[in-house]
Design a protein around this ligand. Sequence first.
Ligand code: ADP
Ligand code: MG
Length: 397
Amino acid sequence: MNIHEYQAKQLLKEFGAPVAEGVAVLDAAEAKAAAESLPGPLYVVKAQIHAGGRGKGKFKEPAAGEKGGVRLSKSPEDAAAQVKAMLGHTLVTKQTGPEGKVVNRIYIEDGADIDRELYLSVLVDRASAKVAFIASTEGGMDIEEVAESTPDKIVTVPIDPLGGLTDADAAKICDALKLEGDAKADGMALMPILYKAFVEKDMDMLEINPLIVMTNGRLRVLDAKMSFDANAEYRHPELESLRDETEEDPSERRAAEHELSYVKLDGNIGCMVNGAGLAMSTMDIIKHYGAEPANFLDVGGGATKERVTEAFKIITSDPGVEGILVNIFGGIMRCDVIAEGVLAAVKETGLSVPLVVRLEGTNVDLGKQIINESDLDVIAANDLDDAAQKIVAAVQG
Ligand code: ADP
Ligand code: MG
């Protein structure tokens, strides 16, 4: 689960991190009073969407003005005008894709006098199997370019999970950021705060870009992107209120409600598979034969007819799907249940694209019989290779 910048900052503040004062608004009418409650004289008006690159983003609608999603204002009146301009409009950034994201919330924040912009993130580094800090002096809006052209300017500091973050680790990170004096003292205090917040809240990513050194020599968290490990959500009922459903893919939400693991992708072949490994290899083989999967979908080991029906409906509701491959190995899952689920779903939604079904395992004969005896226009396949070739041919032919 991802949350907004202002929520991430609030959470970091509760752990003791230095963040600016700010107020989130959902309605332009609240904006002026919100800005007036801040110290000024500089106000920063920041579009809240679950994507970065807002500063350099562009709005689709001319009414929002030429400026990006992070705007400086010198008065509460102007801050309110910027809020009004951005609210309800679609911001396109490098991270939103061309369709952009509608701005429904705006954060008005006290402006900072910036001396240096640094990059700092905390993530789960799968290579070392540790939580790691990534630090660079080259923070700000071009970190992707830094990573590409001068990767030596990015320092990784893995943290031993048994000992936790030590003073030596914090010092290493501060050195990588070239912090001195007050900023170094702030950095030595900040690193354990970030590590504690990361571990306690089961985050899988925390990105502070930029972390700034202000002209007064102190550190401040100026931007924050935070996401939490979905598998640990049950341990954090307190985070549920931070969820913004308008930011989530409706198909993925619907899938989660039915306990299906579904990830929407950009291809044209919808896949219904049981087991994550089989789903991955199904996607691989579709690519191997020259097409692209439209989704990852694992219906799980003990799926019911209802769940299979729901899965099928989710796949067919994606307008990008030009063909469907059902690839099921019946272990715990029985092939006849799958077959009935597919039939029930097709009865409800109709079937306007080619469908290839490959079944193997428990009750496979019964499953095949159910499909064959229906009047469904199904292409039967004998194995995974055969199935992939048939669906790719059906879509491309
Ligand atoms: P994004 O990464 O989505 O573009 P940021 O929050 O990083 O958004 O803001 C972009 C830039 O705007 C920052 O790199 C910084 O230069 C400036 N900025 C953001 N917030 C403030 C602030 N409170 N005071 C001064 N400048 C800011
Ligand atoms: Mg940023």
